[in-house]
Design a protein around this ligand. Structure first.
Ligand code: PXL
Length: 283
């Protein structure tokens, strides 16, 4: 049970009304883990952009500074800031300013959401990765997938399978952009297992956590994974244990969805994995 005040984790992501990703994933998962989740929506979309056509897109860039100013007038400071999908290029610098002004003692988790399978999401301009480096620089924990890692480092995306040496080199170079801790998702060395690699610049330690690989693309799993990491770390668990728990939670969500045979564009069934996830967090 809680002792002391609840921690406040500011979540900065879009609301994709349908399709389970970003805020509709971050809010239930992090809240279930006992943390308060004030939210700053970056855009409102009728669905996410992956696999649907004709989606609506309301960019909320203009609201962000007035929202920040109101929060400052209330003297708010957050214990953590967790950023994901941003609604425009201009939001990159706005989010940096938010971190500076209401995250003075916050642990900063940056999921540099930009793309997958080597492609930028269709709504982002080509210079988006260059800007995202400024936000990555502010992260305590950076949470890219393999495509986002390549975009941030300005190198060509490799489809895999990978070698441990290549993954280690990516992790260390990503940490060189600023973050002391990096968790890379979509890591695989053969076609049987898929997982995450974790690097802590303070200990120099690299660790890998793998689970069974399912040969399909599951939407929203990056957000499920990152939300689980934020939940575990803000509950005081060490990052390598947080990664194990997040891999287990994400893999369970994928297996449940795969067995149900539902349309994969509508996201994974993470909800039914929440009780097991909370037990692993010791809650
Ligand atoms: O899950 C990443 C994500 C978040 N938000 C929107 C997206 C995507 C991935 O496609 O389209 C709007």
């Amino acid at each position: 049970m809680a002792n002391g005040p609840q921690k406040r984790v500011l979540a900065i992501h879009d609301i994709s009304c349908v399709g389970k990703c970003s805020l509709t994933v971050a809010l239930p998962i992090i809240s279930a883990a006992g943390l308060e989740v004030p939210s700053l929506p970056t855009a409102v979309l009728s669905t996410h952009t992956g696999g649907f056509t004709g989606f609506t897109y309301r960019d909320l860039t203009e609201d962000m500074i007035p929202i920040l100013e109101h929060w400052k007038s209330l003297g708010l400071q957050f214990d953590a800031i967790y950023t994901g999908f941003l609604g425009s290029f201009e939001q990159i610098d706005i989010v940096c300013k938010i971190i500076d002004e209401v995250g003075k003692n916050a642990k900063v988790f940056v999921d540099p959401v930009m793309g997958d399978a080597g492609k930028l999401y269709s709504v982002f301009p080509d210079n988006f990765p260059e800007g995202m480096k400024r936000l990555a620089h502010k992260a305590d924990v950076l949470l890219p997938n393999m495509s986002e890692a390549a975009f941030l480092l300005g190198e060509e995306y490799r489809p895999g399978p990978y070698t441990e040496e290549y993954i280690e080199s990516l992790l260390k170079r990503l940490s060189g952009l600023g973050p002391r801790k990096v968790v890379l998702t979509g890591v695989f060395f053969d076609d049987k297992k898929l997982g995450a690699a974790c690097y802590d610049a303070d200990t120099g330690k690299v660790s890998f956590t793998m689970a069974e690989k399912i040969p399909e693309y599951f939407h929203g799993t990056g957000d499920v994974f990152s939300s689980a990491i934020v939940s575990a770390v803000m509950n005081g668990l060490p990052l390598d244990r947080a990664v194990e728990i997040a891999v287990d939670f994400t893999h369970g969500s994928i297996m449940r969805t795969y067995r149900a045979g539902t349309d994969l564009r509508y996201g994974v069934n993470f909800e039914e994995g929440i009780p097991r996830f909370l037990k692993q967090l010791g809650l």
